[in-house]
Design a protein around this ligand. Structure first.
Ligand SMILES: [Zn+2]
Length: 527
């Protein structure tokens, strides 16, 4: 393809929220040269007649840190128009690493496919760049890895020296080009981190104008208090705040309280916004019903506990994602090799059939699974469509995959991460075409210009002369997800061409080439 390309005859939506218009987009040497009526004769042609031309989508909440090393094609993402993924979210990520075995506790999709043989942020970003991902990637510094490096899995605050180590590691990450700092305070590696510790570290991110993104401490009962904590932390640290997957799993009223807190903070002048995954359910391993102290006893100890009536009674009191509300009609077993006969049914239904307690049914399944507990997963239906519509229509919200990029063929063909294949396609189909809750212009801004501005990514996210040519060209009537809850690994349809830095990564619906790692330059920070 020549250095001069024209995307001709399409409807251009520029990502700022401005009205759509008919125009040709001229791309020269990786940047947008012109948007208007002209069509240079010597330019290579991409015919966009009948199609919509927008900025490439920015996945503000990705967990592809590791999977892009395994399969850099990112097929699930580019078939949804994604040109940039933000990794390092939820305190999970691939740096800094000290003990590879320990580090696995805070890396999504980790396997033996690529050994964890790097340590610092620069080395990891170099590795990622060498893998030549099909999308651009930028990273936050994940607090889970900072804690694992400095403290291990201990459930307690950092002492002075440990905090100093974490501060130094965070500095190094930001120096190496990370765009912010993230926490996942609900997870094992970070659960012992008190508000003061996070505030001290968030101040370091604030000093360089970087973003603070947080998966809050509680996402079921107590979720609104956890959002309040995030807002307090960001105010005390004077840092820009991105709340990850704002809606809690504990029902509509708590969700309303979370939204109200964000609105109040914004009205008071705080720089806050949020993202949300597009799944209607939470998803986890069934074994998370077992308390950590029992899990620590190993397979034999767990077997003894599951065989003991008193222990079972005690385990029922353990608070897990499954205990929220005690409503077993919301809990659905996914396909699994242990009890395939029970898959895709609710625990309430299975228990009712035999007149048993759902807890007892779940414990029996776990007793059959001891040699490999992660084999059985369940989803917990949490969100109604009306709630999704309300949260995604909120002016401060943006969708994110909250998943790893995957591919239906190749080394990740058997991997599942709900949301990977569906999120942007679902968002456009549901919010624009089905509910008409957002105009195409508003929806595209949530997928491009808005996340770019949250990140301080000032040369991507909108279409204008001089901007990097990250572009999605799609059929706005047909762009949709095809994956379902029980058949999750299927590519979205309707995306026709995707360009990253002016180079096609999807041409006529077929994948082609590559993106790069985006490193933030601290001195150039506009904040
Ligand atoms: Zn996440």
């Amino acid at each position: 393809m020549s250095a001069l390309t024209v995307i001709a005859g399409g409807t251009v939506i520029d990502g700022t929220g401005a009205p759509a218009r008919s125009a040709n987009v001229v791309v020269h040497d990786g940047r947008i040269a012109d948007i208007g009526p002209d069509r240079p004769e010597d330019a290579a042609l991409i015919d966009a007649t009948g199609l919509t031309v927008t900025p490439g989508f920015i996945d503000i909440h990705s967990h592809s840190d590791y999977t892009l090393l395994v399969d850099p094609r990112a097929s699930s993402a580019i078939h949804q128009g994604v040109t940039t993924e933000v990794v390092g979210n939820c305190g999970f990520g691939c740096f800094p690493l000290r003990d590879a075995a320990l580090a696995r506790n805070a890396i999504y999709g980790v396997s033996d496919a690529v050994p964890l043989d790097w340590s610092g942020p620069g080395e990891y970003l170099d590795r990622l760049e060498a893998a030549r991902p099909a999308v651009n990637v930028l990273s936050l510094v994940p607090n889970g890895q900072l804690r694992l490096h400095a403290i291990g899995l201990a459930d307690r605050p950092a002492d002075r020296d440990e905090l100093a180590t974490m501060a130094r590691l965070l500095e190094e990450g930001l120096e190496a080009g990370a765009w912010g700092y993230s926490t996942g305070l609900e997870y094992g590696a970070e659960i012992g981190a008190p508000e003061a510790e996070i505030t001290a570290l968030a101040r370091i991110a604030a000093r360089s104008g970087a973003l603070y993104a947080t998966h809050t401490r509680r996402r079921d009962e107590g979720a609104a208090e956890a959002v309040a904590e995030a807002l307090r932390t960001a105010r005390a640290a004077d840092v820009r705040l991105q709340i990850s997957q704002l809606l809690p799993r504990s029902g509509r009223a708590e969700g309303e309280r979370c939204l109200d807190l964000v609105d109040e903070a914004r009205a008071a002048g705080q720089d806050v916004a949020f993202d949300m995954h597009t799944r209607r359910f939470g998803l986890t391993y069934l074994y998370t019903m077992i308390p950590p102290d029992v899990l620590a006893r190993g397979p034999d100890g767990i077997a003894r506990a599951l065989a003991d009536g008193d222990e079972r009674r005690r385990m029922k009191a353990h608070r897990s994602i499954f205990s929220a509300g005690g409503d077993w009609t919301r809990v659905v077993l996914l396909d699994n090799p242990v009890r395939p006969d029970l898959a895709r049914r609710t625990l309430a239904e299975i228990a009712a059939e035999d007149g048993r307690d759902p807890f007892e049914v779940a414990f029996d399944i776990l007793a059959d699974t001891l040699d490999d507990l992660p084999r059985v997963m369940a989803i917990i239906n949490c969100y109604e469509e009306a709630e999704q519509e309300r949260v995604f229509a909120h002016p401060l919200s943006m969708p994110g995959s909250d998943a790893t990029a995957l591919g239906p063929d190749g080394p990740l063909a058997e991997a599942t991460f709900h949301g990977a294949y569906t999120w942007a396609a679902w968002f456009y189909r549901f919010m624009v075409r089905e509910r008409r809750a957002l105009t195409p212009e508003a929806a595209i801004r949530r997928l491009s210009g808005l996340p770019a501005s949250r990140l301080g990514l000032d040369d991507r996210g909108t279409l204008a002369p001089g901007m990097r040519a990250d572009i999605a060209v799609f059929d706005a009537e047909r762009f949709t997800e095809t994956a379902t809850t029980f058949a999750p690994n299927q590519l979205a349809t309707g995306m026709v061409h995707v360009l990253v830095d002016g180079t096609p990564t999807l041409r006529d619906g077929q994948p082609t080439s590559a993106g790069t790692v985006l490193r933030r330059h601290r001195t150039a920070a506009p904040f």
